[in-house]
Design a protein around this ligand. Sequence first.
Ligand SMILES: NC(=O)c1ccc[n+]([C@@H]2O[C@H](COP(=O)([O-])OP(=O)(O)OC[C@H]3O[C@@H](n4cnc5c(N)ncnc54)[C@H](OP(=O)(O)O)[C@@H]3O)[C@@H](O)[C@H]2O)c1
Length: 275
Amino acid sequence: MNTQKQHLVIGSTGKTGSRVLKGLKALGFAPKGASRHGDVTFDWDNQTTWAAALNNIDAVYLTYYPDLAIPKAPEDISKFCALAKIKGVKHITLLSGRAEPAAQICENIIMQSGVSWTIIRASWFDQNFSEGLFRQFVIDGAIALPVSDVTEPFIDIDDIAEIAIASLTEQKHSGQLYEVTGPELISFADIADKFSKHLNRTVAFESISMVEFERRLKKSGVPQGAIEALTYLFGEVLDGRSESTTDGVERALGRPATSFDAYVQRNRQAFMEVA
Ligand SMILES: NC(=O)c1ccc[n+]([C@@H]2O[C@H](COP(=O)([O-])OP(=O)(O)OC[C@H]3O[C@@H](n4cnc5c(N)ncnc54)[C@H](OP(=O)(O)O)[C@@H]3O)[C@@H](O)[C@H]2O)c1
């Protein structure tokens, strides 16, 4: 077993974290997975859990929850970085969000922490539709969201995980900010069309008001913090500012980013099951 480096994956039960944990294990490392319910207990809302999680850790994959845009994120990230440095952590890879000024504040904190860093600044995830809140919409055949015809270069998080793993295991990614997107701009109506085509059944898109969106989230029992992050993302971030693609995946991995069509085809099974 390769025990050269000890990695800590924060958010190890989440979308990208679970992939990074698995990928590091496949390479022969023995990473520790941390979250409120992970192997190592770590809670962003309980700082007394942080120090023990950082014992004997060389490199950290850092995902913040629910979003780097929430008001307390910069303070949490600052305190975490200071502690990580004291504990001897040598590298942090941060998962950040594209076109989010608040997330960019957190990126700067990492860059100035005095620890080696890689930033993965990502567009919206394809997997929000298969592993997140919107999966049920696809299963129900009705994607109802507070957006109109804005486009977004959705990214496959298998690409993000591959970059994160490379950054935690190869020196050449230190000091790199990878702004990563999928290969094409897609509207939410396009997404519904792509699901209809690949799943061979109708998935419709409906544009709803923010008030109606919030009402439906509350009714489904979504926690208030997550509702606030989502209304911020749909209300402010998704205003067209992210309507461009980047070469971040290619720069990091030397190959093109995965398309949304390839993602749906590969994950067809996720939309067949009854949730
Ligand atoms: N979704 C997107 O499209 C997108 C795009 C760009 C960037 N991002 C960024 O990606 C990050 C993760 O977002 P996500 O929606 O994909 O979530 P996620 O990683 O799928 O899931 C959340 C993870 O965080 C853990 N977690 C939840 N509350 C926690 C807490 N209080 N303390 C510690 N861990 C906690 C969860 O595990 P436990 O329940 O066990 O604690 C789980 O492992 C966010 O910072 C977001 O800004 C997301």
